[in-house]
Design a protein around this ligand. Structure first.
Ligand SMILES: Cc1cc2nc3c(=O)[nH]c(=O)nc-3n(C[C@H](O)[C@H](O)[C@H](O)COP(=O)(O)O)c2cc1C
Length: 385
């Protein structure tokens, strides 16, 4: 079983991830993890924090001479900003006398519910962990997982299809063009024509002290038929992917394939006919988004993921000072105006993690060589069906 635990506060000394269940013998690279961490920090509409942090991973266990050992892998990402917070985020020292507590919860954030649930007077104790800074740990774990997937020919990408109501319309279908166009785009969209309007929408929000959300699409190609299962609800891969996406901060909706659009059409306009080209089964369309019965069907997996606008507003909404119960504007933390491009990178890596789990569930083994044997045997079996 592939699993991980993460720890770390947003302005604490570092973020830590322990990955367990990665098979031995996989060649992994620090550069590949750093590249995903770098991508997460990009995108038009980010706040000042991203100028302070240049995330890099340190690995302190589970890897020797660039190959996994099969033992737990510990990943560290240092928070450079901690140097500005050593007194306010001290682990052992007494709180400084002049400590300003956060007492005015932001609507849309975990502040109010978290303060009540964990009995905190200082909402900083909530927001430090609820913060999307923790998405760096999701990306670090996912970046490791995608190296496993790459070894077995599975690739993942994501592109932004909507920001603040501005939609991408002309999206290249060729994989490499899609990736290169997004990489060049400040908002990670593949529609060059929509890019300027998306940026204008973010500028409009910024001018008003407001924020915007959007939608991104994650595409996973190269999965064999048979990852996931229909036999029990918690083994359905569509459910696992949706749960994982919904676990990313600010994600409020997930569609698979045609998603909600399928509910508006006749069945004949939704389902994908089955053909055989002499060597394998194919689908001329992919309305199912690569998943039927919670099982991969060999077509690309397509997820569309909706992100709400950032909840910290520079023109804050009404709130209540929890110390006095007086009406006051919500607190303002240094914040992004739009993080949909970054969230799309998080989505890619979170999807990689879930697919890697499903992959190792189907092709279990303690070493890469053992898994390769299983993958090859399964491919031979499938070819005869
Ligand atoms: C990449 C990314 C960056 C984010 N940046 C911010 C931010 O700067 N300020 C903020 O208030 N929320 C930000 N969020 C969203 C909050 O973390 C999130 O809304 C909050 O934790 C409450 O969780 P919920 O929206 O899932 O209910 C970000 C989310 C993501 C995915």
């Amino acid at each position: 079983m592939l699993r991980y635990l993460s720890a770390g506060e947003s302005h604490g000394p570092e973020l830590t991830v322990i990955v367990e269940g990665m098979p031995s013998g996989l060649a992994v690279s620090k550069a590949a993890i750093d590249e995903q961490l770098r991508r997460r920090q990009q995108g038009y509409g980010r706040g000042l924090r991203m100028k302070i942090e240049t995330d890099q991973v340190e690995v302190t266990s589970g890897v020797r001479f660039g190959k996994t050992l099969g033992s737990p892998i510990t990943l560290h990402v240092v928070n450079k900003d901690f140097v500005h917070w050593t007194d306010r985020m001290a682990v052992w020292d007494e709180a400084p006398d002049n400590l300003k507590q956060v007492t005015r919860p932001r609507p849309g954030h975990a502040d109010l519910a978290g303060a009540i649930k964990y009995d905190h007077e200082d909402i900083r104790n909530v927001l430090e962990r609820a913060s999307a800074r923790n998405t760096a740990t999701m990306v670090a774990a996912g970046a490791l997982a995608r190296q496993l997937l790459r070894h077995f020919g599975i690739d993942i990408t994501a592109h932004v299809v909507e920001i603040g109501g501005v939609q991408a319309k002309q999206v290249p279908t060729d994989w490499d063009t899609l990736i290169s166009t997004c990489d060049e785009s400040q908002v990670r969209t593949a529609d060059k024509a929509a890019e300027a309007a998306m940026i204008a929408r973010i500028d409009e929000a910024k001018e008003k002290g407001d924020t915007v959300g959007g939608v991104f699409e994650v595409i996973i190609r190269g999965c064999p038929i048979g990852l996931g299962s229909y036999v029990h609800p918690d083994r359905k891969l569509d459910g696992q992917l949706a749960a994982a996406m919904m676990s990313i901060q600010a994600i409020k909706g997930v569609e698979i394939g045609l998603g909600f659009e399928a509910a508006r059409r006749f069945g004949s306009e939704v389902h994908d006919a089955i053909v055989h080209d002499g060597s394998r089964y194919l689908r001329p369309t992919n309305g199912a988004g690569g998943l039927e019965g919670g099982v991969t069907n060999g077509e690309p997996i397509v997820l569309r993921v909706a992100m709400k606008p950032i909840s910290t507003l520079y023109q804050p909404l009404a709130s209540v000072n929890m110390a006095t119960k007086q009406a006051e504007p919500a607190t303002v933390e240094r914040s992004d105006y739009c993080a949909v491009p970054a969230a799309s990178v998080v989505g890619e890596n979170v999807a990689a993690w879930v697919i890697a789990q499903a992959f190792l569930d189907k092709f279990s083994g303690d070493s890469i060589a053992q898994i390769e044997e299983q993958v090859a045997a399964y491919a031979r079996r499938v070819a005869g069906r």
